[in-house]
Design a protein around this ligand. Structure first.
Ligand code: GLN
Length: 196
C-alpha cells in the first residue's frame, strides 16, 4: 500500500485526500515535519501559493520538504502546489517581492497565466501516460513558461506546458482532484510504489 501525504495547510487538500482514499492509499495530512516520516509520496494541493508559502514558513516545512525529496520521496504539486515546487516564480504582485519556492523543478512558472477574463475553465487534455482526454480544471492556473532540459512535458494547453515531470517531481497547472477522474492520482501512486 502506498503511504501518501497531502500538505494540509491551506487549499484543496480534502479533495486530494478523497481521491487517494478511493484508490486505497494510506493517507496522512501533513502539517509538521514529523508527519513526513515513512511516506512514499506527498501532494502539494492547489490554493493560494503566497498564503501557503507563508504557512510553510510558520510550520517550518521548507527544509524538511527538500530533505524528503533528497531521500527519495515523490512529490506532486497541483496549481499553487506546482508553483511552490518550481525554481523560479513570475507574476507575483510586486509588493510581495520575489516569491519563495522549493526549487525542486527546473522550470519558470508564470502565475495566473491564462488571464483574468477566464479565471476558471475545464478542458479535455491529452496527458502523456493516460489513455483518452483528461478533464482538466483550470482555476487561475499557472503555466510553465520555461522548461529546463531535464524536464519532460506531459501536457500542453494553447502551446503552454501545463503538466511536467522531472525525476521524482510531478507538477500540473490544473486540478485533477476536482473531477472524480482518478487516473492521474493512480499514476502518481504507481510511481510511488515502483520508482523509476
Ligand atoms: N493563482 C493561484 C496562485 O498563484 C493558484 C490557483 C490555484 O491553485 N487554483 O497561487
Amino acid at each position: 500500500t502506498a503511504r501518501i501525504g497531502v500538505m494540509a495547510l491551506q487549499g484543496a487538500f480534502r479533495e486530494h485526500r478523497a481521491a487517494l482514499d478511493r484508490l486505497g492509499a494510506q493517507v496522512t495530512e501533513v502539517r509538521l515535519a514529523a508527519d513526513l516520516d515513512g511516506l512514499h509520496g506527498l501532494i502539494l494541493p492547489g490554493g493560494e501559493s503566497t498564503t501557503m508559502a507563508r504557512l510553510m514558513s510558520e510550520y517550518a516545512l521548507w527544509e524538511p520538504l527538500r530533505a524528503f525529496h533528497a531521500r527519495g520521496g515523490q512529490l506532486w504539486g497541483t496549481c499553487a502546489g506546482a508553483i511552490l515546487l518550481s525554481r523560479e516564480v513570475q507574476g507575483a504582485p510586486p509588493q510581495f517581492g520575489r516569491q519563495d519556492s522549493l526549487g525542486l523543478l527546473d522550470v519558470t512558472v508564470q502565475r495566473n497565466a491564462f488571464g483574468r477574463q477566464i479565471d476558471s475553465f475545464t478542458t479535455g487534455l491529452d496527458v502523456q501516460g493516460l489513455n483518452g482526454a483528461f478533464p482538466a480544471v483550470f482555476i487561475r492556473a499557472p503555466a510553465f513558461a520555461r522548461v529546463g532540459d531535464g524536464v519532460e512535458v506531459l501536457a500542453e494547453y494553447e502551446a503552454q506546458a501545463v503538466g511536467v515531470r522531472q525525476g521524482r517531481v510531478l507538477a500540473t497547472a490544473f486540478h485533477p482532484e476536482l473531477t472524480g477522474d482518478d487516473r492521474l492520482h493512480d499514476l502518481f501512486l504507481q510511481g510511488c510504489l515502483t520508482p523509476a
